[in-house]
Design a protein around this ligand. Structure first.
Ligand code: NDP
Length: 329
């Protein structure tokens, strides 16, 4: 049976991204074929859907950096038909066909079994953004920081990574300071557990090498001056988990926070994250994340609205997470 997919093709003018009909024979190599039920719209998906970004590294490419679904056929010893699985990263939508399609064929070693207690829709409400937020929280904890160390700053607060990070940190007892450009989302962020809301412009302009020590930990999704200012205002011995570049890829900082305040900058990567850490992150999400808060940050759209959702996320208009219903549950 043919199925619908969002495919990017190379053209003389650049890229052509649109809905196409595909068949199982068109899928890429792999030992597990999955019937996809849900995917999501992450910032990186917005970039790829725009048809103008360098996210895609081989053509043609099926977009969608993550998906949840049910195994149809498997040549991998750990998976059998009927198993519910989740996958994100591993080059989906970059070098391997991704989740915006009725089916995908992938390597079994990329798959994570659906965490106990989560539905496939909930797992995608978490998706790459939520799992990245969990990786950042785990990195901060590995650094030895706890709520008694001080406050935690979350930048890009109303976005997917940011809103999940707030829920996770507040759930662990942290006092969370949320930095947002959308004061209209203040109540939403407070409901997720933020204690204080600051305007993102207070961090996005060039700042001093060191400022007043305001927080012990940071989950930064913005980069550029915001990340530099977050570092400059981190307390002695604190840590900053850098996840994203919504405000820019540059880092116009000095070494002052590192050599005068022993601040640590921790890089967070979800794509090539080793499987043991990946499994630990999903296990923790399953046990730690408040389902009511997850529902609060989630909106669900049908597959045919994915292009509009991609535009909204690039315009910074998305609140929390967007789940895409791909096929019948
Ligand atoms: P979202 O678009 O959902 O969230 C990003 C948020 O950043 C926006 O909601 C907005 O928050 C803020 N923002 C947007 N534009 C700007 C700007 N110009 N200056 C300052 N703030 C801005 O995206 P995601 O949460 O999905 O992803 C966030 C970032 O993390 C992206 O850069 C993404 O590429 C990256 N990422 C990295 C991963 C990794 O493996 N390291 C995995 C997943 C994501 P507000 O309105 O509250 O100000």
């Amino acid at each position: 049976m043919p199925f619908k997919a969002v495919r990017a093709d190379k053209t003389d003018a650049g890229q052509d991204v649109r809905f196409v009909e595909m068949e199982e024979a068109d899928l890429m190599d792999g030992d597990v074929t999955v019937r996809i039920t849900h995917s999501t719209v992450n910032y990186k998906d917005g970039l790829a859907l725009s048809g103008k970004s360098a996210v895609i590294r081989r053509f043609p490419m099926v977009l969608g950096i993550d998906f949840a679904g049910v195994v149809e056929t498997s040549g991998h010893r750990d998976f059998a038909p009927g198993d519910e699985v989740v996958v994100d990263g591993y080059g989906l939508s970059e070098t391997h066909y991704g989740g915006y399609a009725g089916k995908a064929r992938v390597k079994g070693e990329w798959l994570v079994r659906l965490p106990t207690g989560l539905t496939r829709a909930e797992a995608m409400a978490i998706g790459t953004a939520g799992y990245t937020a969990m990786l950042a929280v785990m990195a901060i904890e590995r650094h030895g920081l706890t709520p008694s160390s001080g406050s935690a700053l979350v930048t890009g607060a109303a976005g997917g990574v940011g809103s999940t990070a707030i829920s996770l940190l507040a759930g662990r007892g942290w006092k969370v300071i949320a930095s947002t450009g959308r004061q209209s989302e203040a109540d939403f962020l407070r409901r997720l557990g933020a204690s204080e809301i600051i305007d993102r412009t207070s961090l996005s302009e060039p700042g001093k090498p060191l400022g007043k020590e305001r927080w012990a930990a940071v989950v930064d999704t913005v980069g550029s001056h915001t990340l530099a200012n977050a570092l400059a205002q981190t307390r002695y011995g604190g840590a900053v988990a850098a996840c994203g570049l919504a405000g820019g890829m540059d880092l116009p900082a000095t070494v002052a926070p590192f050599i005068l305040r022993a601040v640590t900058l921790i890089g967070i990567d979800s794509v090539q994250c080793p499987m043991p850490t990946r499994l630990e992150a999903w296990r923790r999400i399953g046990s730690d994340l408040d389902r009511r808060k997850l529902a609060e940050i989630t909106q669900t759209i049908p597959f045919d609205q994915v292009f509009e959702a991609g535009k909204r996320i690039l315009n910074g208009e998305t609140r929390g997470r967007t789940v895409v219903t791909i096929g019948e549950s």
